[in-house]
Design a protein around this ligand. Sequence first.
Ligand SMILES: [Fe+2]
Length: 352
Amino acid sequence: MKALARYLVWGGEVFTGAKSFKANPVLGSHRLNRYGLHAARVWCGYWMTRLRMAMLAPGVPKADRKQFVDKGFVLKENYLSEAQFTSLVDAIARFEGEIRECCQGDARTHRILLTPEVLSAVPEVREVLEYPTLKRLFRYCSGHARLPICHIENVLNDPVEPGVRRDPQKNLHIDTFQPTMKFWLYLEEVSAKNGPFVFVPGSNRPDRDRLKWEYEMSLQASRHADHYTASGSFRVGPKDAARLGSEGPRAFCVKANTLLIANTFGIHARGDAEPGSSRLALWGMSRTNPFLPLPGFGFGYFNRLQYRVLTRMRHRDDKKAAARGTQSSWHRIEQTRIIDTPSTVDLVKETR
Ligand SMILES: [Fe+2]
C-alpha cells in the first residue's frame, strides 16, 4: 500500500516541475522515456509557457519579446540613470543584513534575500524592482504573473586548492527541462576576470535537434555518473553546445548597470574567473509549474508569501544541519555587508 502511494506521488509529479531522474523512478523510467515521456514534458512545458507568455505580452516591447523568444535572453545596457545607479550601489554597499553563503567548489556565493522587510530598509532597491516596465518584462520572461524572488548577490572566486573541485556551475548545463527565468542587474563591470555569464544563444528552443538530445539524455540520466545530470540538470559537452544553438557559447562581458534576463532552459554556465575576483549584482529567478495554462494573478500577497516560504525553508535546513553537526548548504555567515570594501565610494567609482 505504501509503495502504491509512493508511485501515485511520483506519477503526479510528472505534471509538475519535478526534474530528478534518480529521485523519481517514474521520471527516470527507461521504458517510459523510451516512449517519449521526458521529451513530451519538455515540449509541453515549453509551449504551455509560451502560451502564458503570450497572455503577458501586452506592454512589453516587441524587440524584447523577439530577442527573448529567438535568442533566449534580453540585454539592456545603461539600464538605470547614472544618478540612480550610483545611489543604488551605494545603498547596497552600506546595507547590513543577513547574508547566506553557498560553497560550490572554488566559488562562494553570498546572497541577501530581498524580503519586504529588507526592501523597506533599502528603498533604492525597492524603487528599481517596482518599475512597472521591469515588472512587465519579468512577468513576460517568466511566463507567470508572480514576480521573481530577488536577492543581492556577490559571487566570490577562490584560489583552486588541491582537493577542491571546480565550481560545477562553470560547466555548460541546462537548469531543468522547463523554461526558467533568471536575471542579473550588474552592479559592477563584468569581464573575463570575474566570471561572465556564458550562454548559447538560440539554445532555449526545443527544436528537433534539442528534443532528440533531450530524448537521448533521458535514457541514461537516472544512472548517469554526473550527480547534476541524474538530478535533471543536464551537463552539456562542447560539441552539443555548439550545435544546439544558433551560435556558439557567448560570454556576456558587460558594463556595470547592465540588465540581463536569460532563459536557463538554454545552455549556459558561469564563466571562468580569476581567483580573488568577485561579481556583484541584483539577482533573481522565477520558475513555476510549466504545465499551468494560465499565468496567475500576481497578487502582492503571493509575491510576499514566497519570501516567507523560502525563509522558513532556510531555517528548517539550518536546524536539520545543526542536528547533523554540519552547516546547511545556504548557511548564515557572520559578515553583514555584501562587500568588504572600506569605501563604498571607491566601488561606485570603479563601476563607472
Ligand atoms: Fe544554471
